[in-house]
Write a new protein. Sequence first.
Length: 161
Amino acid sequence: MILAVQNAREWVRFCADVLQRPALADAASFQTNELRMANRDALHKAIDEVLSVLPPETVIERLEGAGIAYARMNSVAEFIDHPQLTTRDRWRHVESEAGQVRALKPPVFMEDVEPVMGRVPSLGEHTRAILEELGFDRDAVAAWKKEGAIWITRISESESR
């Protein structure tokens, strides 16, 4: 859970309504935002003592009741299965060395424009071309590859010349 207590009024509500420890708002170590930041470890401990034993639904109910901004941290599985990604048609299938994989469309949406979602390059596939485009000569790139400093897995037609 990610919390955002943004001002003194919210801090008082957070302590009273969410933590149900109103005296914490007046504790010398936590009276101002600067003090809360300076005593962050103790503050986290005080918050964890209360919230870690509560079911997430109870914490959310208290936060919403107190008007405190929050966000839940999803697991990777929860993120992948999030209904908004499906509802908003955010997934595409692209080719890779391992076969077809799901990939998220870029976050910017432009009406009537479908983003280019090409094949996922292999590890090191474009290393030589990128380094040469940056001005490194072929001998230096070859030496780095021989030393194991860079990875080059595929030679494109232009590189084989």
